[in-house]
Design a protein around this ligand. Sequence first.
Ligand SMILES: Cc1ncc(COP(=O)(O)O)c(C=O)c1O
Length: 393
Amino acid sequence: MTVPQPPEPIPGARLLFSLDPSVSHLNHGSFGAVPIAVQRAQQRLRDEMEANPLRFFTQGLVDRIAHARRHLAAFLGADPDGTTLVGNATAGAAVVLQSLALRPGDEIVTTDHGYGAVALSVARECARTGAVSRTLPVPLTATDEEVVEIVRDGLRPGRTKLLIVDQLTSPTARLFPTAAIVAVARERGVPVLVDAAHAPGMLPATVASVGADFWVGNLHKWAYAPRGTAALVVAPPWRERIQPLVVSWEQDSGFPVRVEWQATLDYTGWLAAPVGLFTLRSLGVDRVRAHNAALAAYGQRVVGDALGVAPERLPEPGGPAVAMRLVPLPPGVATTLDAARELRARIADRLSAEVSIAGWNGRGYLRLCGQVYNTPDEYDRLAVRLPTLLAQG
Ligand SMILES: Cc1ncc(COP(=O)(O)O)c(C=O)c1O
């Protein structure tokens, strides 16, 4: 079988970023990359803050944050009155968890594709409240219908107080049918938190179309916002129950302001986030999405071929817009967290390539992303050199 053609590059896109040109940055999904225009916008805001901190914090900052929030909510297709800004998806999940007032015997259900830090947050909330958590195993090859079925069977009405599902999973780069999952959970009376850390900027589905009780997405990954910019979207019945992680001066302002205002923080990232959306729109949102997904598919195929993985054994992402793809590593390689970290660092040091490596259910996987600053030859180079590096152990 022939390798799919890589997409046409988006001319000049790499120059929009300040990335080290000696490195192949093939892991946009972990920490994103902030375009230079966005960095500059944030720096201008910091200059303004440092010119007169008192004025910056006390005259209109709450309104400026609200303005940015409305702008970001419109982009996400979210109800602006249900949207609040938080630092990251991990924080958004923690806000939801600690607002639920869980009691002994209550249950939180997750899947085995969930994000590690969110799982730790669930564990802490359970330890604090006496609630318990249960993880549903979902095979990597499950169809959307099977995923929905597994979730439907895994919920215990009355006992399950929250289901957490990821829109696009981190260790397995799998798009879950979140709207259908939310629908079956609703039938069973179970609220759903959708961890959509990767959705903003990458996936076309609007927040409203997912219909979750709680939805959290990072703008600092695929929407080019400064780091520390995420949106938590809450359905109407829950808004007044949502409490901030830190009580501060806006506590009596209610949702969403009391969640956003976390005392003296650097809020300039949120104010500069609309410039990230402007950058994305300037390049063409659909064009960027199509480019990134096609490039990730190309990378998956060439690296998969180099490792001897038959094309039909390469995990399917579950949808055409997904710009992250998995390549299974040889059995026994990077199956634990420590081994995955060690291999990631070795690939970075020896091959000058940044990738994500994760062990999942006893198998190690390499995760590749496509982004506008990437070119096909970066994946080709990795494909040529990776087998030797793996053979060296
Ligand atoms: C599914 C998922 N949830 C949560 C996160 C955490 O994001 P953050 O570190 O911005 O909180 C990630 C990060 O990659 C993720 O992939």
